[in-house]
Design a protein around this ligand. Structure first.
Ligand code: PMP
Length: 359
């Protein structure tokens, strides 16, 4: 029979796709600002490498690709024994964390609003969820007390998303340090968007000073490889070794492996993506402000806007071929909040002028 926890899960409703919107409204051109992707795509070298590797796809991939581990190790300046790579993106690393650390009835702490996958995974693994908060009244700053007050001896994972999705702000280093000091649970520092943030908030190396912390990162955002599904975690060797025991062995495909290697090697494309991504974010931020919209400062590749009639705006944007993300499905937010991702500069200009026409 179906597990009770599965019966309680809501069916997954994907965001509107480009193809669907074209069909619905007979549109030719769509501006997609809904999924925090890289609007400039990925490095051309990645595409070449994928085409070449196509010839080998009748062979299983290596469970651990030594060249990829070497490239990641150099990129991060951490030992390869401190890295685990997931073949369904950072989502797989989150799932692996639950498999490794959480028994039925164990507790996890999730400050909201934040990335919804933590809650969904917690439900699937039948963990008890304690919600803490990013304080709306304080610019969505993490309410550290709300985290600390929820720690018990059954707490196994504490999720800290920085920059936080969908609010865009980072978590202060001293707040992360305080939480780390107060718990033996694994503190998960989700850095999916860290490349767009001030370097001083990057825990990718600092995490190794602790034996109860892991940093999550991904190739889905700045590297423009969301469709390849590659993510990774950085932690002390003991955590990595245990996680490797439960991770699906062949989840990282041959194509993903060569894509990740070439993406890491193409520093020029990475620099281009960061520089232009930040410029696009600033265009969005100042453009929305100019239209009189409340918008939150962001260190990620999206901004959060608060609009009284957000539902209407979201729907009218769709009709005009613009996809943004309504935050109605985020715990602790509602349809007044729209998350808008970076786009090419001309897309942002077009979006802002379409929005002006709707308001
Ligand atoms: N963490 C955060 C904060 C995210 O926003 C996302 C993707 N939206 C992920 C993790 C998962 O990324 P991936 O595509 O690598 O599974």
């Amino acid at each position: 029979m179906i597990r009770e926890v599965v019966k309680k899960l809501k069916p997954y409703v994907p965001g509107k796709s480009i193809e669907e919107l074209k069909r619905m409204y007979g549109l030719k051109e769509i501006i997609k600002l809904g999924s925090n992707e890289n609007p400039w795509g990925c490095s051309p070298k990645v595409k070449e490498a994928i085409l070449k590797e196509i010839n080998n796809i009748h062979h299983y991939p290596e469970p651990i690709n030594p060249i990829l581990m070497e490239e990641l190790s150099m990129f991060l300046n951490v030992d390869k024994n401190n890295i685990i790579v997931g073949g369904d993106g950072a989502d797989e690393v989150i799932d692996t964390l639950f498999k490794t650390f959480v028994d039925k009835g164990d507790e996890v702490i999730i400050p909201i609003p934040t990335f919804t996958q933590y809650r969904v995974s917690a439900q699937i693994y039948d963990a008890k969820i304690k919600f803490a908060k990013f304080d709306k009244k304080n610019g969505f700053k993490l309410d550290v007390e709300s985290v600390l007050n929820n720690i018990t001896n059954r707490t196994k994972l504490i999720f800290l998303c920085s920059p936080n999705n969908p609010t865009g702000n980072v978590i202060e280093n001293r707040d992360i340090e305080r939480i780390l000091k107060e718990t033996e649970a694994i503190v998960v520092i989700d850095h999916a968007y860290i490349e767009y943030a001030d370097k001083k908030y990057d825990w990718s190396r600092k995490v190794l000073k602790y034996n109860n912390a892991i940093v999550l990162r991904t190739f889905s955002k700045v590297f423009g490889l969301a469709g390849m599904r590659i993510g990774y975690g950085i932690a002390n060797e003991e955590i990595i070794n245990y996680m490797m025991r439960v991770k699906p062995v062949f989840s990282l495909t041959r194509l993903s492996q060569v894509a990740a290697i070439e993406a890491l090697r193409d520093k020029e494309f990475l620099d281009f993506s960061i520089k232009n991504g930040i410029k696009s974010r600033e265009m969005l931020y100042s453009g929305l402000k100019r239209l009189g919209i409340k918008v939150y400062p962001s260190q990620a590749n999206y901004v959060l806007a608060e609009i009284e009639n957000g539902k209407m705006v979201y729907e009218e944007l769709l009709k005009r071929g613009v996809i943004v993300r309504s935050c109605s499905s985020f715990d602790g937010l509602d349809e007044r909040y729209l998350r808008i991702s970076i786009g090419k500069f001309e897309e942002i200009e077009k979006f802002l002028s379409i929005l002006e026409g709707i308001l």
